[in-house]
Write a protein that binds this ligand. Structure first.
Ligand SMILES: NC(=O)c1ccc[n+]([C@@H]2O[C@H](COP(=O)([O-])OP(=O)(O)OC[C@H]3O[C@@H](n4cnc5c(N)ncnc54)[C@H](OP(=O)(O)O)[C@@H]3O)[C@@H](O)[C@H]2O)c1
Length: 430
């Protein structure tokens, strides 16, 4: 290896990888000046050598053989922007064991195996950077890792999935049903052909697992996080929400409890004056509360090749600088195994219900009795338009804070009442 040169192996040359390669190849002198060493893109691993690329990469550095990168002692840094659990987890582990530093944008691997990989990296005295795994170009991990490290983090709440935010925005402003709004997002390039990961809240759950693990220094697994997607939200809910002073957002929320943390992803009614209610389109925002700093809001482009490459290459420069100095410049993470996640039933929250009921005497008393028996106090009770053709009316109920288990039981019990045709919507109020 030439003195003053840092050799980089890149896995993936797709949406993000092409932008990473492009910045490294076309902005070399500027990056080198900032990094203090020359950053050399030595090898790029892809699946298909014949594919047309969005960037001109010398064909001789492309390979389909992972060993070419993982077994090359001259490659000191492995940048993974391919995605998915396996084989990427294995590749990252092999790189760490071989003494290579790793930078990844892979939220699935970091959400499922991040704490173990970070422990392994610490043992091998190499660094593992993953700024791009959450929030694309928004500096989140580095903010927790450096700027907020003097704080005890109390709460982290986020609009962290741009696709669902775009979809909910179109449902709110154009009154589109979910399927139409998703189709529009696909045409606009904001949603995948299979939107399940986004619409079902899985993507937000991975990101919250990473954020909560970092914020509270505990191991939060995606399968410990309560998850609900936006499938149940209907256009009329946006009208009622607005009348009541709320927007509807897919919220990823975590908070500290004595000895535990809560972590949940679900659609929620967010007060219109809350900063998360104002996050528009495919933007992301993360709202952090620390005991020393107070409230901090981080907003920006949570996805896209260029914003994500900004985070990846930023990590690379930071890493190169610390390698040159011979120090790990950032504090490493330690995770407390004894802290668990609060089951959703034990979380205290508020709820909004939309019910379709028969237009007859006694209905409201029956519903009120269910809430009373579940020890849930009602905040507002509004009768909406009557549907003359089937003699039903729509009722909208919001509650004061109560145990989530009681709110869900009330929902189930109301659905079995004779005059209740349907509990058409149940949303938590943030
Ligand atoms: N796109 C975004 O906006 C965004 C934002 C934040 C984070 N991320 C994360 O960044 C990563 C990459 O996303 P992307 O959108 O750039 O994906 P992408 O466009 O699908 O590109 C994936 C790249 O990885 C290569 N690849 C996949 N599996 C491979 C394997 N087993 N061996 C070798 N190469 C393999 C593909 O090779 P071929 O081209 O030869 O098929 C392709 O070049 C993911 O972890 C994603 O979650 C993406």
């Amino acid at each position: 290896m030439a003195a003053g040169q840092l050799n980089v192996g890149l896995i993936g040359l797709g949406t993000v990888g092409a932008q990473v390669a492009d910045r490294m190849l076309s902005w070399g002198p500027q990056l080198s000046r900032r990094a203090g060493v020359e950053l050399c893109l030595k090898r790029v691993l892809v699946r298909d050598l014949a594919k047309r690329r969005a960037v001109d990469v010398p064909t001789e550095i492309l390979t389909t053989d992972p060993d070419v990168l993982l077994s090359d002692p001259e490659i000191e840094v492995l940048v993974e922007v391919a995605g998915g659990d396996e084989p990427m987890r294995t590749y990252l582990e092999r790189a760490i064991q071989a003494g290579k530093h790793v930078i990844t944008a892979n939220k699935v691997v970091m959400a499922k195996h991040g704490p173990e990989l970070l422990d392994q990296a610490a043992e091998r005295n190499v660094d593992l950077y993953f700024e791009a795994a959450v929030g694309g170009g928004i500096p989140l991990i580095s903010t927790f890792r450096t700027d907020l490290q003097a704080n005890r983090i109390e709460r982290v709440s986020a609009v962290i999935n741009g696709t669902t935010n775009y979809v909910l925005g179109r449902m709110a402003t154009a009154g589109l049903p979910l399927a139409e709004a998703v189709a529009e997002a696909q045409v606009a390039g904001y949603a995948e052909a299979d939107p399940t990961d986004d619409v079902g809240g899985f993507d937000a759950t991975y990101k919250l697992a990473i954020l909560a693990s970092i914020a509270y220094e505990i191991k939060v697994r995606p399968d410990e996080i309560y998850r609900e997607g936006i499938e149940g939200v209907e256009p009329i809910d946006f009208r009622y929400a607005r009348e009541l002073g709320y927007a509807i957002k897919l919220i990823a929320h975590s908070g500290r409890h004595p000895g535990r943390v809560e972590a949940r992803v679900h659609p929620a009614m967010v007060p219109l004056d809350h900063p998360l209610a104002r996050v528009e389109g495919a933007e992301n925002a993360v709202f952090v509360e620390g005991d020393l700093v107070g409230q901090v809001l981080l907003v920006g482009q949570g996805a896209g090749g260029r914003p994500t490459a900004s985070a990846v290459v930023g990590d690379l420069i930071d890493l190169a600088r610390s390698i040159r100095r011979g120090v790990q410049s950032r504090p490493s993470f330690s995770f407390d195994d004894r802290v668990g996640v609060v089951p959703i039933g034990e979380v205290v929250t508020r709820a909004y219900y939309r019910l379709k009921v028969n237009d007859e005497p006694g209905v409201i008393a029956a519903i009120g009795q269910v809430f009373a028996e579940e020890r849930v106090s009602i905040s507002s009770f509004i009768q909406k338009d009557a549907w003359s053709h089937d003699q039903t009316v729509e009722l909208v109920v919001t509650t004061h804070p109560a145990l989530d288990a009681s709110l869900q039981r009330a929902r189930e019990r109301m659905a079995t009442l004779k005059p209740v045709r349907a509990v058409s919507s149940f949303l938590r109020v943030f």
